[in-house]
Design a protein around this ligand. Structure first.
Ligand SMILES: [Zn+2]
Ligand SMILES: [Zn+2]
Length: 163
């Protein structure tokens, strides 16, 4: 099954979204902020260019929350059941151009396994990463992980912001 046109949503069914492209990258984040915000061991976020995630039903409300960079993130939640479906982080200069889809809200989360494990220095002790997994202590160099096409798009977006 392809990720193209795959869907997801909140737990009450009010918010539904559709992804219309491949993600730039899928993060499994083990930072302490994500652990606290999810009440779990890590969060899996798939990063899409914002316009590649369509809201197809309902609406979201945005809350400002802390992030490891200290610059905060906007978390988009269902106004009825409060489940977070995506967030916008301050992503090395890009604020609103990328949506971090919470992979657990997808109808088929198996479509998006992690490409890279980040903030593994704060990983919970019992979590054992697969041997083949790409893992970094904190964060990675974009050039090492992102495709050429997406790197170019990122640079264009950064240039627009700087202009
Ligand atoms: Zn809901
Ligand atoms: Zn995190």
């Amino acid at each position: 099954m392809s990720i193209l046109n795959s869907e997801g949503g909140c737990s009450c069914g009010y918010v539904r979204y559709r992804e219309i492209s491949e993600p730039c990258v899928v993060h499994c984040c083990h930072c302490s902020v994500c652990q606290r915000q999810t009440g779990s061991a890590f969060v899996i976020n798939a990063l899409f260019w914002a316009e590649h995630v369509e809201l197809i039903q309902g609406e979201v409300v945005e809350f400002l929350a802390p992030s490891p960079s200290g610059k905060g993130q906007k978390i988009a939640r269902c106004p009825k059941c409060s489940v977070a479906v995506w967030s916008n982080y301050y992503m090395g200069g890009i604020k609103d151009g990328i949506r971090f889809i919470r992979v657990g809200t997808m109808d088929n989360p198996n479509l998006l396994p992690p490409d890279v494990h980040i903030f593994t220095t704060t990983k919970q002790d019992w979590v054992v990463l697969p041997k083949a997994a790409t893992a970094v202590d904190v964060f990675y160099d974009y050039e090492d992980v992102w495709s050429k096409v997406n790197l170019q798009r990122r640079n264009e977006l950064l240039n627009q912001i700087l202009e």
